[in-house]
Write a protein that binds this ligand. Structure first.
Ligand code: GLA
Length: 386
């Protein structure tokens, strides 16, 4: 079977008549536990997934930045000296926005040829945007002889989204993608902006994970997300703490505003659920992990109110089948993740497809994550061949 990197290399050659000098694979991520905690200094438990953005590049002798992609985005044709005037029009849009932001942050003047391919669904809550930022950053940094250590790239990936694209996102996505480790989950601590691998060996126990992309539009994702960030800040002011991570349940029960109380309750309990999920997985108590998935989903739905009827109903159907399930990421549409026995896979797909059809909903898309994938890494074709 042809590997994505082979086709990436061929596509690059077809467009530019030369071999790429640098190729990187930048995965997407799902979050297993700990949503809407990162911007309150909290904990999260993501994994990288085997669906990725692939970036190939080669320096040019002039100042032209030329780029193509295989996912229907506009071609890039930009002169490096025009980047400053382009970035003054922030927020930037499209592929050219990611590239211009990278040139601006790194202060580059030389041009490049770039080809970008993707096997990662866009706008499904799998962090395709952070994946793209990191793939471009790594390729460009390597070509310009700069360090590709994650600690150099994670802050810039976040800046691209927050400052240049105008998307209010936290540290979870870039950390998960940059530091993801095959076969492990990552325990993210947003207070210290770091993460370390922890065992999450569902594959070794005859289980699998599925991403169920509900294919529902995430129209409120941006405004709803900003509002939740603001509400959590209000709650911290009332509680007299810098981050909700530091608040106690006793203090939260004393909040008079019931909406802020519910938001804060979710964040504090979700942090606890991250720790419990890590220890349950370490102890091989997968029934408890499933239970924690459900508890997290209903907290995101009822206390944090970032779910939708389609996400709720999907989780309900999976819960009836004894499959661990929760929305993943920001919510407001996007994907549900499901944790069950490998043998349940076919039944999950059959039942959900039928149930969606009965409701007259567009069929969901199923993506299996048989095991956690590696994070951002350089593609070295000869090693892969050898
Ligand atoms: C989005 C943001 C992350 C995080 C999640 C919710 O994916 O980009 O920083 O806040 O939502 O957990």
């Amino acid at each position: 079977m042809e590997q994505p990197w082979e086709s990436l290399r061929q596509q690059f050659y077809q467009h530019f008549g030369k071999e790429p000098a640098s190729m990187w694979q930048s995965p997407g991520r799902i979050n297993l536990m700990g949503d809407h905690t990162d911007y309150q200094g909290g904990l999260a438990l993501p994994i990288a997934v085997p669906y990725s953005t692939w970036v190939a590049g080669r320096l040019r002798d002039d100042q032209t930045i030329r780029g193509f992609s295989d996912f229907g985005q506009e071609d890039i044709h930009l002169e490096a000296q025009f980047v400053p005037s382009l970035v003054r029009q922030k927020p930037l849009r499209g592929l050219v926005g990611f590239v211009a932001a990278t040139w601006d942050i790194l202060g580059l003047e030389q041009g490049i040829d770039l080809y970008i391919a993707s096997t990662l669904p866009i706008a499904s809550g799998l962090s395709s945007s952070a994946s793209l930022s990191l793939g471009i950053l790594a390729t460009v940094r390597e070509l310009f002889g700069k360090s590709v250590l994650p600690e150099k790239m994670v802050p810039d990936a976040r800046r691209i989204e927050n400052e240049y694209l105008g998307v209010n996102s936290g540290i979870l996505d870039p950390l998960a993608i940059a530091l993801g480790r095959a076969d492990f989950a990552l325990l993210v601590d947003a207070l210290v902006q770091d993460a370390h691998p922890v065992p999450f060996d569902y594959a070794g126990k005859g289980m699998s994970l599925w991403i169920i992309d509900t294919q529902t539009p995430r129209t409120l994702a941006s405004s709803g997300y900003d509002q939740r960030v603001w509400e959590c800040q209000q709650a911290t002011h009332m509680l007299g703490v810098s981050f909700l991570r530091q608040a106690t349940m006793k203090a939260i029960r004393g909040l008079t505003d019931s909406v802020l109380q519910a938001r804060a309750r979710h964040v504090v309990k979700e942090n606890q659920r991250v720790r419990w999920t890590v220890s349950a997985a370490q102890g091989g108590d997968w029934d408890r992990v499933k239970f924690l998935f459900w508890a997290s989903h209903w907290s995101l739905s009822q206390d944090f109110m970032v779910s939708t009827p389609v996400l709720d109903q999907t989780v309900m159907w999976l819960q009836e089948m004894g499959v661990g399930a929760r929305l993943t990421g920001a919510g407001f549409g996007g994907s549900v993740i499901a944790l069950g026995d490998v043998v349940q896979g076919k039944e999950i797909i059959r039942r959900l497809t039928m149930a969606y059809t009965d409701k007259g909903w567009q069929s969901p898309r199923f993506l299996e994550v048989a095991r956690p994938a590696a994070g951002l890494h350089k593609v070295i074709p000869d090693n892969i061949k050898g």
